[in-house]
Design a protein around this ligand. Structure first.
Ligand code: G3P
Length: 196
């Protein structure tokens, strides 16, 4: 299959808003109007409870991981695979099932990058979790992950994926601009606690 077909598959899969579906069908809440108004695992955990947040996290990671992993057995070029990674992430941010709106794409980023650099992504995720544990803010961990990914791509011998990691870093910072403002004001939502 051509790279273009994999890009389309990754984008459409990335577009599936699992958090929105879980929150609306299983807890009758629209996460777009509640909490941080995000469709990601953090807000779903906040609004619906931890088990729903974990389900969202697993599904959002999977929708990044699966298409890139499948594409990697067809596509040999690192640039081609980088485009598939980006397509899955852009799908989550600009979902074709949500009028091209979407989420912050942290979990989908983890899934997509796991498929191209297992250790680089695992180390970035470990840094993310450490910062979340120390700060109590998932957003701070997510921003750490965004910064760590290009560094760990380089350090784990996956320099070919540094360019896409840099693009994704900019995207993730842009999607977290409200979080960054709240963090600067000391008003960021703690996880599992709804904003009032
Ligand atoms: O992955 C999203 C996380 O970084 C922030 O989520 O709901 O606190 O804006 P939230």
């Amino acid at each position: 299959m051509s790279i273009l077909v994999w890009i389309v598959i990754a984008y459409v899969l990335g577009s599936v808003p699992f958090g929105l579906v879980i929150a609306k069908t299983l807890c009758n809440i629209d996460p777009r109007t509640d909490g941080s108004r995000n469709i990601g695992a953090t807000n779903i955990a906040r609004l619906c409870g931890l088990k729903y947040g974990i389900a969202t996290l697993v599904l959002d990671i999977s929708k990044g991981l699966v298409p890139v992993l499948m594409a990697s057995s067809w596509i040999e070029s690192d640039l081609g695979l980088s485009l598939v990674v980006l397509a899955a992430i852009l799908g989550h941010i600009f979902s074709c099932f949500m009028h091209f709106k979407g989420g912050k794409a942290v979990a989908t980023t983890v899934g997509a990058f796991l498929a191209v650099s297992f250790w680089g992504t695992l180390l970035s995720a470990a840094m993310c979790l450490t910062v979340v544990a120390l700060s109590g803010h998932v957003s701070m961990g997510s921003l750490t992950l965004a910064l760590a990914l290009p560094v760990f791509m380089l350090l784990t011998g996956n320099a070919a994926f540094v360019p896409v990691a840099l693009v994704v870093m900019v995207l993730l910072f842009w999607r977290h601009k409200e979080n960054i403002r709240r963090l600067a004001r000391g008003e960021e939502n703690p996880w599992l606690k709804p904003r009032v």
